[in-house]
Design a protein around this ligand. Sequence first.
Ligand code: APR
Length: 314
Amino acid sequence: MINRRVGIIGAGAVGATTAYSLSMMGICKEIILFDIVEGVAKGKAIDIGQSTHYSPRPTIVRAAKTPADVENCDIVIITAGVPRKGDMTREDLLLINAKIIKSVVADIITYSPNAIIICVSNPLDVMTYVIHKMTGWRPNRIMGLSGALDGSRMAYQIYQKLGYGAGQTGALVIGDHGQNMIPLPQKVQVGDVPTTDLLTDEEFVEIIERTKNGGAEIVSHLGTSGYYGPARAIAHMVEAILNDSKIIVSSSVMLNGEYGYKDVTVGVPVILGQNGVEQIIQMTLNTKTREKFKASVESIREGIDILEENGFFK
Ligand code: APR
C-alpha cells in the first residue's frame, strides 16, 4: 500500500500501545490517533512520536483534533468503547458500545471511505457485525481481532507446559472471542512436531482452559485488561495487510455459508493481504468441534438479537 496511513480510534491502553508497536516495527508512514477525551490522543501521539527517534524506520505519529482529521487511511483500527462497570448488565454494555461504534463508523465512511477496518472493541464479534451492517461494505474489508490474540495466548500456554519451543509454536483458536472460544492446541505443531506427540490429554485440557481465561488471568493480577498482547496481535494483522503478506491469521469475519453459517461474524482462519480478508479457510472440523462452533455462533447471535430487539439496526 502506498500511503501506509493507519488511523486508530480510541487512544486508550490498547489503541496507544498499538500505535507504539506499529511505530517500533517501522511499517507505517503515518499513524493518526483520535480519542473522544481531549488531550489523550495529543499526549500519547507526542510521547510515541518522540519514541520513534529510536525505531528502525521513521513513522509520523500525530493526533487528530476531530474525526475529520482521520482521513484517507488505508486501515482504521477501532478500540473505542467503555469497559463494563459495576451495575451495568451485559445488555447495557452491548448497547452502549454499539452506539459508540455506530458513530465512529459514520465518520470512517465519510473520511476514510477506502479503508480496511479492524475492530477491537468488545464484545468483539458482535461489534464487528455492527460495522458490517453500518458500512454495507464488501465483507473482506472488515475484520475483528480475535484469533490473532487468543492464538498468541494459546502458544504461550503450550510453552508454559513444555518449557521449550518458544517462537516455534503454532497458534489456532476459532469461534467467538469470549467464553465459548475454541482453542485447538491438538491441531498445531511445535517446531514441525505435532503437539499430540508432545502433550497428554490432561495437558491439552489445561492449555484450553488457561487460553480461554487468558484475558481474565491478566485482569486478576493487574485490575485492568491486558494491552501489550492485543496491541502486538493487531500490529501483526496490520503488517499482513500493508505488506500484502497473504498469511493465515484467525479473525472474526462475516460468514456467507462457510462452516455452514450465514450472516454472522465469528473467528475462523483467513488469509490476510492488501484486500483485507483475501479468503476464508475452510478447515475440516470433527463432530465435537462442530458442536462447540455451533455454541460459539449461538452466543454471538444472542448479542446480535439483543441489538435487533432494541431496534438498533432500524
Ligand atoms: N470516539 C473515540 N474514542 C472513544 C470513544 C469515541 N466515541 N468512546 C470512547 N473512546 C475512547 C476512550 O476515551 C478511551 O480512551 O476509547 C478509549 C478506550 O480505551 P480504554 O478504556 O483504555 O480501553 P482499552 O483497554 O484500550 O480497550 C479498548 O478493546 O479489548 C477491547 O474491551 C476492550 O472495548 C475495549 C477496547
